[in-house]
Ligand binder design. Sequence first.
Ligand code: TPP
Ligand code: MG
Length: 660
Amino acid sequence: MARKKSTVARREFLKGVVVGAGTLAALEPLAGAARATAEPSAPPDAEPAPAAEPVAPPRSIPLAPAIESDPPTDADVLTIDRSGSDFMVDVIKALNIEYVCAVAGSSFRALHESVINYGGNKNPEFITCCHEESSVAMAHGYAKIEGKPLCIFAHGTVGLQHAAMALYNAYCDRVPVYMVIGNNLDATMRDANYGEWAHSVQDAAAMVRDYTKWDDLPVSLEHFAESAMRAYKIAMTPPMGPVLLVADSELQENPIRADAKLTIPKLALPSPPQGDSGAVKEAARMLVEAENPVIVVDHTARTQAGIEKLVELAEALQAPVIDQAGRMNFPTRHPLNQSARRGAVVANADVIMGLEVMDFWSAVNSFHDQVHRSSRPIMKSDAKLISITAGDLYTKANYQDFYRYEGVDLAIAADSEATLPSLVEETKRLITADRKRAFADRGAKLAAAHQKAFDAARTEATYAWDASPISTARVSAELWAQIKDEDWSLVSVLRHFSWWPLRLWPFEKQYQYIGTQGGGGIGYNAPATVGAALANRKYGRLSVSIQDDGDLLFAPAVLWTAAHHRIPLLSVMHNNRAYHEELMHVQRMANRHNRGIDRAGIGTTFEDPAMDYAKIAQGFGVYAEGPISEPSELAPAIARALAVVKSGHPALLDVVTQPR
Ligand SMILES: Cc1ncc(C[n+]2csc(CCOP(=O)(O)OP(=O)(O)O)c2C)c(N)n1
Ligand SMILES: [Mg+2]
């Protein structure tokens, strides 16, 4: 068999790729993360590539003639020096993407190989995943810490099908996820031996288009570069969301055309929309004149600066803040944090302002799940409502994640965090000495109420302190006792855990809490916590997670990903040996139908045999202990597991717990 050998060295190729001047400068991560340099790179053992010379204004240099322009021969061509996938990796590098999470799939085999060899497996580094749902949920958790996406590669058919629910979670959670999928579009180029017919699709993105913000199918490398920039920009513009690029296999694998003028265009992330100045003034006037204003927050703060601006606003007004906990928004032990007193505070309010609240209706109404479902307002009938949300700028129709319509008095279609500075300024400008005195009185009462609610929560936490299985409050307290002096980051969902940490620990920093699944899809927590821990690793933060058993069972092999890639994470299991939430639903139905709850465990509990999560985790190479059912055994086990985590590895404690 004859073999063709390209004569064009990679350094020649690199000369042909010029990153748009200013591309990197525009890529400030939202969470204030350090920026990596992202220049077109060569494999570690290759001669260093010459720096691309920026030429202004055209940002492309024609490639040197390549062997691919020679007349075709009958010989089998086995090697090429420059594939489209190399250029795609340059584009991904220009986006400052640190990691690619993927289950290997031949429809993106060229991209895979280009990342690990051509790209030197650094920025991005390939993270081996065992389920595409885990790849995406890892990206979801990572983005909520880092404020920017990592990349996911997947098969365009079966891989995307596995990834779909995790994409939906990220979509509902307004989180940027950047996905590149492989596909073989040209039917005549599909190799049946590799299953390329069943793994090919006309319109790969169709199945997730309802819950992705944008997708594209670029047909040339130039097109890929433009679409890659556009996708990043769309994903990162509030309301943020997942985006999808289809990288056709031929485009990945074929040699770069000799006449291609490859350019990586500039990327400037749009500054998020601020509220109209007149509307912001009106909102400030309503808040300052109100006797009892309330601020409701949810997906509000993206950065530490956002948290601080919110604190400034609440303090200027001495107004209570109700946190619906979609993000880390407001310090939990701040005297104005009245999240535990929502009913009382909302009932007393004359002005209620929602900042990036996904479900404003539920903030001001109660809903009752009885035979005849009913609801009623919990606010005064003449209370005025203000809403500031980028959600008003973007809604799709099919999936109903936009919640019930709430009629508000003043709706500002803008990003809350970006609007807060002008709102704070206007508010402060309007506050007179008289109002300040009234606000101080209000603040003192709220501070006393906060302390009272906190004391009540502490008392509640002592109930069943010595119970076995262990109470969730005890698990929370034992964990806190050993992490409180560390730079900790709690990366898990807390809804099934009676929210104990949020009720008792002092959360202050953006990365200390990252909200929920978004779409409520179980199977999010385990991989999202690994992704968040991956983001935390370079800052030396201690990542801790409360891990529900049912959630872990969806795709437990993400534990191996954590072990293999040395991702330090302490997972303390909330092992109630059940899909307890669903058990309660079945109990409710059994009661409603007057049949008793004895059989409600059928289909909802994990007993006979109980599962041994320590063994499961150990099987994936993770340090693990358990089952731990005695409260006295918990503290020493946490200490041992923390030592493992501090040495740079994941650890899991299987703690058998009370249901809630
Ligand atoms: C993908 C998916 N399937 C099913 C459900 C329904 N569901 C909601 S809560 C829940 C139980 C989850 O069990 P676990 O994670 O152990 O939490 P627990 O309620 O036991 O504390 C299930 C199955 C869901 N939300 N998502
Ligand atoms: Mg459970």
